[in-house]
Design a protein around this ligand. Structure first.
Ligand code: ADP
Ligand code: MG
Length: 264
């Protein structure tokens, strides 16, 4: 490399740093070499570099969105066994994975007993939404209520609500395990009403609708919450018994059938 070329390279690296183009900075020499070998013209070279920078930016942004969503586990649709859960509408699940419901501000309710795969499917839907560029936040209902109560005490509720308002998809997992206090249910209702027709909400619950009053306390609040959630809503019912229980039974059966037959 001539002295002039070295100087240009140092300057270029400096400019790329100032412009915050780390991928172009890292790849430029390699791509330049390849383009020279393949007789790609200057515009083609620039295009290749810009594409690399964009791909890397999108990958990082998706990673950030996934982290910000705070899923409790990483679950995908590929690892969901539909045969073990025949009651679930596979066609509807695949349609929902495409994420159009978020554009339409529609909600999803997953209802079923404990262990039937509600959190698994919800997480898969949430991860798909992150990959599609959506801002998502996964909460266990009790965790959200605790945070709302704390924010209220610290006079920080409006900031928290503003943060929630920026989401495209709000996930409320496990409505029904712990009854909320009166203020707690009102705060939760407030979040759900604010989201109504502005954001999509996914709720998972082990409780049939008629029992929601047990958690939310007042009949009036339960009616109003259900009214908002179920208007423009997809419902996935997960029947049967717990997947873990089925799994344990299957393994037990396999073990007993492989045991040698007792002879008298
Ligand atoms: P729920 O939220 O309904 O209580 P989870 O989604 O937490 O149930 O499921 C319990 C465990 O069983 C999780 O580890 C989950 O990945 C697994 N599981 C449940 N249903 C299925 C399924 N149909 N295929 C594969 N794994 C499943
Ligand atoms: Mg769950």
């Amino acid at each position: 490399m001539t002295k002039k070329e070295t100087k240009s390279l140092v300057l270029l690296q400096h400019h790329l740093k100032s412009l915050r183009l780390p991928t172009i900075l890292r790849e430029s020499e390699k791509v330049a070499q390849r383009c020279a070998n393949e007789n790609v013209d200057h515009l083609g070279f620039l295009l290749q570099l810009c594409e690399l920078e964009l791909i890397e930016r999108e990958r990082k942004a998706a990673e950030r969105r996934l982290k910000a969503a705070k899923f409790s586990n990483h679950k995908t649709l590929e690892s969901f066994d539909f045969q073990a859960q025949p009651s679930v509408n596979k066609l509807l699940v695949s349609e929902l994975m495409r994420g159009e419901y978020i554009e339409k501000r529609e909600n999803i309710l997953l209802v079923g007993n404990s262990g039937t795969g509600k959190t698994h499917l919800t997480t898969a839907l949430g991860i798909a939404a992150c990959e599609q560029g959506k801002r998502v936040r996964f909460y266990q209902v009790t965790e959200l209520i605790t945070q709302l109560l704390e924010a209220r005490e610290e006079r920080d509720l409006s900031r928290m609500k503003r943060q929630l308002g920026k989401l495209d998809l709000l996930i409320l997992d496990e409505l029904g395990y712990v009854p909320a206090s009166k203020i707690g249910s009102e705060l939760l209702f407030d979040v759900i009403s604010t989201a109504y027709e502005r954001q999509s909400v996914i709720v998972t619950t082990n409780l049939p609708f008629e029992n929601w009053t047990e958690v939310l306390g007042s009949e009036r609040l339960t009616g109003a919450t259900l009214d908002r959630l179920t208007h423009r809503c997809h419902i996935l019912e997960l029947g049967g018994e717990s997947y873990r229980l089925q799994d344990a039974k299957r393994r037990h059966k396999k073990r007993s059938s492989s045991e040698p037959l007792q002879t008298k």
